[in-house]
Ligand binder design. Structure first.
Ligand SMILES: Nc1ncnc2c1ncn2[C@@H]1O[C@H](COP(=O)(O)OP(=O)(O)O)[C@@H](O)[C@H]1O
Ligand SMILES: Nc1ccn([C@@H]2O[C@H](COP(=O)(O)OP(=O)(O)O)[C@@H](O)[C@H]2O)c(=O)n1
Length: 210
């Protein structure tokens, strides 16, 4: 069974994807971490996020970056969103995401293009969202908890510009798949969001009367 979870920044998709993975006993991949790991390479090398060529070179040797606390910083978020518009970067990361989705027994993946590009035949698809203000508050809290700088206005602006770039790009833009179910977490706490996600996935797996 494959479950696709997509949505904009800080909507809660990672929290939900992890809960689904636990509930259905499936492995989970945070695909945003791959783009962040490329961004972190580029940042550390002093590479130019405006160069597709340099961004593609930064797609090698990602493993060490995946556990790096800097992966979640605001500069890395911004660079991740910039380098993820490049088709050659997306292509370089495609195989490992598709292979993860295709493993025996299935998987849960979260990102921007899981239901549309990586696993269009997924058994269940959620599009997780929340208001920009709620998302910015959550991201600020998360950054402060990680001892990283997080000012509400800056975070809100970064998040809105990232949303625009992610939704407006030509290759694999952030968009709800036609057969995905929307889960708006604006007024749900973590436990409520997790429970609602499980309910919606179970509903997709065995629709009433089916
Ligand atoms: N429903 C919710 N209510 C309050 N906080 C939440 C909720 N869902 C997630 N969070 C918190 O918001 C932050 C971002 O959540 P995360 O799942 O990482 O989002 P995303 O993967 O969409 O960026 C985390 O600190 C998480 O604990
Ligand atoms: N499947 C994916 C996942 C992330 N990304 C890009 O990677 C960036 C970081 O993704 P993320 O999921 O870690 O970001 P947050 O939603 O946690 O803020 C996003 O802004 C996207 O530009 C993507 O293009 N496709």
């Amino acid at each position: 069974m494959v479950i696709a979870v997509d949505g904009p920044a800080a909507s809660g998709k990672g929290t939900i994807a992890r809960a689904l993975a636990m509930h259905f006993d499936l492995p989970h991949m945070d695909t945003g971490a791959l783009y962040r790991a490329v961004a972190l390479n580029l940042w550390r090398w002093g590479g130019d996020p405006g160069s597709e060529f340099e961004a593609v070179r930064a797609c090698e040797d990602l493993a060490a970056n995946l556990d790096d606390p800097e992966l979640r910083s605001e500069p890395v978020s911004e660079i991740a969103s910039r380098i993820s518009v490049y088709p050659a970067v997306r292509e370089a990361l495609l195989r490992r995401q598709r292979d993860f989705a295709a493993q025996d027994g299935g998987a849960v993946l979260d990102g921007r293009d899981i239901a549309t590009v990586i696993a269009p035949d997924a058994d269940a698809k959620l599009f997780v969202t929340a208001s920009a203000e709620v998302r910015a508050q959550r991201r600020v809290r998360e950054l402060l908890e990680r001892d990283m700088p997080g000012h509400y206005d800056d975070v809100l602006n970064d998040l809105l510009s990232r949303d625009r770039r992610d939704s407006g790009r030509d290759t694999a833009p952030l968009t709800k798949a036609a057969d995905a179910v929307v889960l708006d977490t604006s007024n749900l706490d973590v436990d409520q969001a997790r429970a609602e996600a499980i309910r919606l996935v179970e509903q997709q797996l065995s629709p009433a009367g089916g």
